[in-house]
Write a protein that binds this ligand. Sequence first.
Ligand code: GUN
Ligand code: ZN
Length: 426
Amino acid sequence: MKDTLLLGQLLRFDADPFVTGIGAARHDSHGAVLIREGKIADVGQADTLRAAHPGAEVVDHGKGLILPGFVDAHAHYPQTAMIASWGKRLIDWLNTYTFPEEMRFADPAYAAEIASRYFDLTLSNGTTTVASYCTIHPESVDAYFEEAQRRGLRALAGKTCMDRNAPEGLRDSAQAAYDDSKALLEKWHGVDRLGYIITPRFSPTSTPGQLTALGALWAEHPDCLMQTHLSEQTDEIEWVKGLYPDARDYLDTYEAHGLLGAGGLYGHAIHLEPREIDRLREVGAALIHCPTSNTFIGSGLFDMGLAGGSIRVGLATDTGGGSSFSMLRTMAAAYEIGQLRGRALHPAELIWLATEGSARALRIDDKVGRVAVGMEADLVVLDLASTPAIAQRSARAETIWEALFPTIMMGDDRAIAEVRVAGRKV
Ligand code: GUN
Ligand code: ZN
């Protein structure tokens, strides 16, 4: 296949901006990315790369901004059809809207239909990798991976395990959770661009026996990630205290069952105790910030001050608790939550979180999330003037950050000019 040379503005990072400041970002107003056999083969100035690769097919995006495809570090694809359900908080929301919808995934045809719809939505929003929860049904995992595989996506997911406090039909057992997860892991983990994540939903819907079984599975497969929810709402935390009277805190319900580690992805993590923060730092765990969900369900304000040290922080939509499929909208919500906590996140930090930060959290930053030689060519090109409101604001911009920020705050799928998966335009 012929090489492709993408031209446009380019934003790259030499380091984590939460550690080194925004000087970590490098901007080329006339940049270029050479794609060869699905990977990034060269990156630099447009003139230099044009001269070096005269045989490449040139795709010129003008002032379009070339970025890594967005990485959504926590989502529930089965909640696609019930996103934006009104008026409940976490536990009521799960019982009223979420569990009835998740029941429908017992039907493999329905699971396949939603998986396809879901990837249409994520790709049209420039998201090229998602780490998703599925449902209790192994068929829901197959549907997700089959669709991702068909589209050539790098994708992660796992069977959501629950053996209590969920309706009949959405409960497995400790043994079934172990057996099903193991079979799915053996079937999908490392196949093409797919990865399996061991997935206990959260402590309230698992017995200690189920957490122990999944902790054992993780110990047998330490190269897999493990994802769950942690300290999202205050009522939930009180409920966990009642269900696990011997636990020191919420995190301890995972720690005591072998579910705390560097490959652990802890969604939300808003109302943390000092001991929990210390332990998460010690093990180098990843926290996943889900800002549209946190405002939509009324959960609270995540502390971005946790980023930049040994805790890795990823950014995520958490659809359908989150109210958008768009990582642009998600960055905007992260900005707004930052403001409410007195910390205005810089556009460089927001873009980094939605790309390399999430890829680091998912431990795939050697493959995606960066525009660099050797990386897989999952890319998005942003139109920084996609609506009249954004265009009139960015027309005044004197820096790339001023030009980009209106798209972060007001942009949607209209700002996604092009998406490439392993080099191929979708
Ligand atoms: N906690 C347990 N399950 C869920 C879920 O599906 N969404 C959110 N936002 N929080 C949860
Ligand atoms: Zn979630």
